[in-house]
Every structure is written in C-alpha cells, then in structure tokens.
Design a protein. Structure first.
Length: 141
C-alpha cells in the first residue's frame, strides 16, 4: 500500500542537483515523479523512481545524502476533483497530510502523500476502498 520515496538533501549551490540526476541517468534509472523544496541553504529533492531501492543504493554509494521513506500512493481517475475527494476522505478521518504531490502514470492520477498517522491512513484507505499503487506498478508505468 506504500511505496518508497527518496529524499535527497542537496546544498543550494551550482551543480548539486545535476550530480544527482547524472548518477541516476548513468545507472539507467527512470524518475517517475519529483518535487523539490528549498530553503536558503539546502533543498530536499523528493523523488520516486522506477527502481527506488536501486536508486537509493546508487546515490548512497556515490556519497549523496539520501533517505528512504514510505509514502502512500493513491490511484485516482484522471478527472477534475478526484484529488479533492481523496484528500477530503483522509482529512475528515482526522489524518493530517504532512506533504503531498501528484503526477500521471498510465493515464491515471497518482496522489503521493505522507501522513502524520501511518496506521490510521492505512485503515482509512482500506475502509474506503481507495485504490493504491505499489512498487511493481512503477516499473510498468
């Protein structure tokens, strides 16, 4: 029900993001989705790849500061309002969303989020029969 997400900590200086992207390129790893949040001194580059564990290993081996975490990945119809409906179900159940982002995969919307209550979010997803993707779906997308 969850997938792995990589969080790469990069300094805000020329070439640091390119280094990360080159490592993944040279390893033949496809980035499926990514987002970056920055401060004055550093950025957190969150990404999901078609081979998350191998991406983690390649980046770690190259000395890149990378962390692996589990996030929820809901599959949504590619129609207006579907993300709103999913977030409403989660929020109305008392689950806080720490961060989220979306992308398209195989014609479906994918909503990635991290919850402040992992087990609670898992229960809400199952109780509401929400569709989710797993790691294997990333390789096929």
């Amino acid at each position: 029900m969850t997938i792995h997400q990589l969080s790469v900590f990069i300094e805000n200086r020329e070439g640091t993001l390119v280094k990360v992207l080159e490592i993944l390129k040279d390893a033949g790893i496809q980035i499926v989705a990514s987002t970056i949040a920055d401060t004055a001194d550093y950025g957190i580059y969150r990404l999901i790849c078609n081979e998350n564990m191998r991406a983690y290993e390649e980046l770690h081996k190259a000395g890149v500061s990378v962390a692996l975490s589990d996030v929820f990945a809901l599959e949504l119809d590619n129609e207006p309002g579907c993300a709103c409906d999913a977030v409403r179900i989660i929020s109305n159940s008392g689950i806080g969303i720490t961060y989220m982002y979306t992308f398209l995969l195989g014609g479906k919307g994918i909503l990635i989020f991290r919850a402040d209550n992992t087990e609670g979010a898992r229960e809400v997803i199952l109780r509401n029969s929400m569709r989710y993707i797993c790691e294997e779906d990333l390789r096929m997308g």
